[in-house]
Design a protein around this ligand. Sequence first.
Ligand code: PMP
Length: 386
Amino acid sequence: MDELLLIPGPTQVPPEVREAVSRQMINHRGPAFTVLYQEIQQELRPVFGSEEDILIFPASGTGVMESAVVNLFSPGDRVLSVVMGEFGERFAVIAQAFGVQVDRLTVPSGTAATAEAVARHLDAAGPERYRAVIVTHNETSTGVLLDLPAVAAAVKARGPLLVVDAVSALGGVETRCAEWGVDVLVTGSQKALMTPPGLGLVYVSPAAWEAVEQAKLPRYYWDYRRARKSAAKGQTPYTPAVGLLFGLREALKLIHAEGLDNVYARHRRMARAFRAGARALGLELLAEDDVASPVVTAVKVPEGIESSQIIKGLREKHRVIVAGGQGELSGRIFRVAHMGAARPEQMVQVLEATGRILFDLGLAAAPDAGAEAARRVYEEAAVVNG
Ligand code: PMP
């Protein structure tokens, strides 16, 4: 039996995508590459909710987070970082590393920052204080989804640029960059986009392009202006990750064949089913339902056992791979992703395995209660949709 990979990235890569990434290389300055590049642009538009060319770098998500900082800011600029967990904190630290002044709006682990809280902070700070507000659409370390349209509206009404880390959201959560007023949104290939790690993708709004022209921080590899010039010719300024782009094109075809709305609904349904199943096993969840992520769920480790008993047990006895906690949540939670190519029946599988482990530890009354609860969610969804 293959391992069942349910970590929040890299995620399972579908066979069509795996085959595509192993194809023979092509000339990245020739016409076949331009066709590949333009097809990808076409298929990315509805996923980003924008008609702009998306800039694509060979990079991990952190790389394109850094790209946003060096392209938008000048030394001494001040930004507000909304921190809901490890990745919000990472963006703040990257900005600080480049001499940007960072104020933090930090919320407790497992909760979401609200649009009201952001608005209040901005109003108290005064209109000219911040060049930008930086947020995380889906905080992977806690399994919390930000209400991005509401936060975007609050930020836009007050003037600063809005920079979004959508590394674990884009492709699994509806995103409308243009309509919502996002200025820069960065993501990676290895999560809901079902492609191996190594591509960083960036949306830049017209207002952000003006900021890019004015920004004084040094940049070369990440310079959005160079990337845009090449994009207009269907190319990238430096050697692109051709194999990964072959893969991304296939992944996008799969997403559109399923239908974007169906993809988002599948993610929400998997989250609901997994959450119901975990609760049926007596487990507590880190995030409340109203802010729960559709792509990853953080589960509290029950009192009296170590997180490794679950994580290692799942791996060694059931070949199911889940993630632990990060930072202050290390040892206190485990995280199960339902992201990208993950299927509803895989939630049943991980709940069966978890139920077995908890039952053997004397912590669950019925090992199958979780899987049954998840199946019930799917049955109810089928009735509603039918
Ligand atoms: N932001 C978020 C929300 C993430 O989930 C991740 C990856 N887990 C990153 C940033 C960093 O991406 P990478 O590991 O590709 O640098």
